[in-house]
Write a protein that binds this ligand. Structure first.
Ligand SMILES: NC(=O)c1ccc[n+]([C@@H]2O[C@H](COP(=O)([O-])OP(=O)(O)OC[C@H]3O[C@@H](n4cnc5c(N)ncnc54)[C@H](O)[C@@H]3O)[C@@H](O)[C@H]2O)c1
Length: 252
């Protein structure tokens, strides 16, 4: 697919590390101009530096994806810099390493988890879609998780939020199918990131340690490959799907 995104503009939230960074690098390697969005400037700028070092084009946009005004400004900054928006990976999210029975989940933690994982995705689409409609199309990938399809005990709020991402994405896919906008959801299983070892330790101590049929977790670049494919013309008839990247975990 090398060069297949030449002339296109991609936006990736949470692109300062791990899956988001790997996807921003992959989009750039395919020729896209990339808006690297993160709440943390240092790591976001580091991703931009990595892209430029490899001959790509990128800008850093600092935004908290849970704040409507910042999300609106994030899209505006991207369009101001690059003139358009073709692909968006609404990736920022996470469980926050907070594993508790749902009766012990505090209202504060519940609200944070829903805002960070679900409201953020709605806000991103709310401001990305009008620009894509104006252009006659686009491709959006929202970060789900295997928990959207198969629940994980002790992660009730995160499971509900990611299930919501899938439901919302399906609604968006149908609402904008005739506008040429495709909306899909990635459902990664365990991916090797900074928090992987800690998650495995906590979940391994519960009744339901994550399944790894291939005997290893996935790598961030393996999620990035799927995201970029979902945004590519090769996936032109793919919308409203939950795309598992889990080494076979969901097949068990
Ligand atoms: N890592 C996994 O095993 C795994 C598995 C399934 C799904 N996912 C999902 O994939 C996505 C990325 O996971 P990851 O492990 O790479 O995440 P991560 O925690 O390593 O990175 C998240 C990035 O988002 C940024 N961020 C945090 N809050 C933000 C905010 N309010 N606004 C903007 N940016 C913010 C962080 O600074 C960081 O750079 C998440 O949605 C996660 O739920 C991850």
């Amino acid at each position: 697919m090398t060069g297949s995104f030449t002339g296109k503009v991609a936006l990736v939230t949470g692109a300062g590390q791990n899956i988001g960074r790997a996807t921003a690098l992959r989009f750039a390697a395919e020729g896209a101009k990339v808006a690297v969005v993160d709440i943390i400037a240092d790591t976001g700028n580091e991703t931009v530096g990595m892209i430029k070092q490899r001959g790509g084009d990128a800008i850093f946009v600092q935004a908290d994806v849970t704040r409507a005004r910042e999300v609106e400004a994030m899209v505006a900054a991207t369009v101001r810099a690059f003139g358009r928006l073709d692909c968006a990976f609404n990736n920022a999210g996470g469980a926050g390493q907070y594993y508790v029975p749902l009766v012990d989940c505090t209202e504060e933690k519940w609200a944070w988890t829903i805002a960070f994982n679900l409201t953020s995705v709605w806000l991103c689409m709310k401001y990305e879609i009008p620009q894509m409609v104006k252009q006659g199309g686009g491709a959006i990938v929202n970060a789900g998780s295997l928990v959207a399809l198969a629940a994980t005990p002790l992660l009730g709020a995160y499971t509900a939020a990611k299930g919501g991402v899938l439901a919302l994405s399906r609604a968006a896919a149908l609402e904008y199918a005739k506008s040429g906008i495709r909306v899909n959801v990635t459902c990664p299983g365990a991916i090797r990131t900074h928090k992987h070892e800690e998650s495995m330790r906590i979940l391994g101590a519960t009744a339901a340690p994550p399944a790894m049929p291939m005997g290893r977790p996935g790598e961030p670049r393996e999620v990035a490959d799927a995201v970029v494919w979902l945004c590519s013309d090769a996936a032109s008839f793919v919308t409203g799907t939950a795309f598992t990247i889990d080494g076979g975990a969901f097949a068990q």
